[in-house]
Design a protein around this ligand. Structure first.
Ligand SMILES: Cc1cc2nc3c(=O)[nH]c(=O)nc-3n(C[C@H](O)[C@H](O)[C@H](O)COP(=O)(O)OP(=O)(O)OC[C@H]3O[C@@H](n4cnc5c(N)ncnc54)[C@H](O)[C@@H]3O)c2cc1C
Length: 463
């Protein structure tokens, strides 16, 4: 960006911070994806929709790339400014505009931290269920842009299931509005849902209408150990077949639990276990909880988990959730890594897990798996450990390609919730044909004719 452009940019945004010192830009040059770093020329911390529009209009005219950003907790590199230019941070647009108890809706700005909204609505006995493990820091705009999930998606659904309206700014600076506090809307294309999962490539979201539901009053959490990887994975589908819909159903390999325990200074309750399931049930009375726990115990025993631990107190439940939420960082602190986010139909999870282990062994890559088993969503962390740099660089893409092909053949896809972003886009043709990718390119051009908004994300480079 030229000094003249920077000077003009400063005149366009009245209340925004415009940062271009090295220390500030360092923060906006990475997210949580591996050790990737790309420095922007400038970071603009917008405070109003008008400022977002002014920045985008200017960037389209000057053909400067713009990367929208929430908290930068993404795991697919979608918020990395890979072409420099402007990082447009929404972190200062962080107001909860309304919690409407009559309509069970919240209206928020995109920079609200997910847990802040959850706590605010909980005070009114309401529940906003989408809960990425990063909920203490990630922001709702980022959640929409990736259609984020989390442990409770298995019962309550993903971010997309709670979004009933958005306001957003197109790269040309035009404001678009769709939906609102409406539970039904059959009027034209569903632009809100089109923006969900679009990874900041189509428009910048500036206001969000979210559905709320009553907060369940009772919960129980069970940790169940298994002596093989296959048994817990197979038990998951059996739980649903038995009529149970847990509010969370998480798979954790034993070595992931070990790492999480070290990270959170806890003692592993089942140090001999090869894998564990962390299962939560919820409801509105104790009878409902007891009935679910009974079904749970019957099914898990059939799969060899006789020795279950029931976490009854809220303190013990919080401790186990802290352990579960720590797994990502704990595993990654062990070695250079690559995290995958494959998802298959739930019943295929044991096959996927077996294939991931076999393929990794074939390429000499260590792997540690955990994930949202109830959704068939497996986070496979591939670790470099003792591999040479050359073996890691040469073999890893082949190993990942094989895993993704198996995932596709099982009826699955390459990302359940982390998105395609920058690091997965080369693999998109494994799951989409030319027609789908060409249509996505046309959609991108319709929204962003100058191609300035989050370029080189999601879609592979044209051949
Ligand atoms: C420890 C850890 C645990 C995690 N656990 C989970 C999990 O359980 N489930 C899950 O789904 N994810 C999880 N994630 C991934 C990540 O937290 C989510 O993808 C989250 O939604 C990203 O939000 P963010 O505010 O950090 O977005 P960012 O990383 O800043 O941005 C992500 C994408 O959103 C776009 N974007 C941000 N704001 C806007 C906006 N207002 N308008 C348009 N585009 C925008 C960016 O351009 C980018 O494409 C985890 C991450 C970490 C580090």
């Amino acid at each position: 960006m030229t000094p003249k452009q920077l000077a003009e940019l400063r005149t366009l945004v009245e209340t925004a911070s415009v940062l271009c010192d090295d220390e500030s830009l360092e923060k906006y040059s990475h997210d949580f994806t591996e050790d990737l770093r790309f420095a922007p020329a400038v970071a603009v911390l917008a405070r109003t929709t008008e400022e977002v529009a002014a920045v985008l209009r200017f960037a389209t005219r000057e053909k400067i790339p713009v990367t929208p950003r929430g908290a930068g907790t993404g795991l697919s590199g979608a918020a990395l400014p890979v072409h420099g230019g402007i990082v447009l941070s929404l972190e200062k647009m962080s107001r909860i505009l309304e919690i409407d108890e009559n309509n069970l809706m919240a209206v928020v700005e995109p920079g609200v931290i997910t847990e802040v909204l959850q706590n605010a609505v909980a005070e009114k006995n309401l529940f906003y269920p989408p809960d990425p493990a990063s909920r203490g820091s990630c922001m709702l705009g980022g959640n929409l842009a990736h259609c984020s999930g989390g442990p409770r998606a298995v019962k309550y659904g993903l971010t997309k299931d709670y979004v009933y309206g958005v306001e957003a700014v197109l790269p040309t600076g035009e404001l678009i509005k769709h939906g609102g506090k409406l539970l039904k809307n059959s009027t034209g294309y569903n632009l809100s849902q089109l923006l969900i999962g679009s990874e900041g490539t189509l428009a910048v979201i500036t206001k969000i209408y979210l559905k709320l539901i009553p907060m369940p009053t009772h919960r129980a959490l069970v940790l169940a150990p298994f002596d093989t990887l296959n048994k817990p994975a197979a038990a998951v589908a059996a739980l649903f077949q038995a009529g149970l819909t847990p509010s969370a159903c998480e798979f954790m390999e034993g070595s992931a639990v070990d790492a999480g325990c070290r990270q959170t200074s806890q003692t592993n309750p089942f140090p001999q276990a090869t894998a564990m399931l962390l299962i939560e049930v919820d409801g509105f009375n104790q009878v409902e909880i007891d009935r679910q726990l009974e079904t749970l115990a019957t099914v898990l025993e059939r799969f060899g988990a006789a020795d279950m631990a029931l976490a009854e107190s809220p303190e013990r439940q919080a401790q186990l959730w802290r352990l579960r939420r720590s797994l990502g960082e704990a595993v990654k602190s062990r070695a250079i890594y690559k995290e995958e986010d494959t998802v298959v139909p739930r019943y295929e999870l044991p096959t996927l897990l077996k294939c991931v282990k076999e393929i990794c062994a074939e390429y000499g890559v260590a792997s540690v798996c955990y994930g949202h088993a109830g959704d068939g969503n497996l986070h496979g962390n591939l670790l470099k450990e003792n591999l040479s740099d050359q073996a890691w660089n040469d073999e890893l893409p082949k190993c990942i390609t094989r895993i993704f092909e198996v995932t596709r053949d099982l009826g699955g896809t390459v990302s359940g919730e982390h998105g395609v972003g920058f690091v997965q886009r080369r693999y998109l043709p494994i799951v989409y044909g030319e027609a789908e990718i060409a249509l996505m390119r046309r959609l991108k051009t319709a929204f962003d004719p100058a191609g300035i908004l989050n370029p080189s994300k999601m879609l592979p480079d044209p051949k």
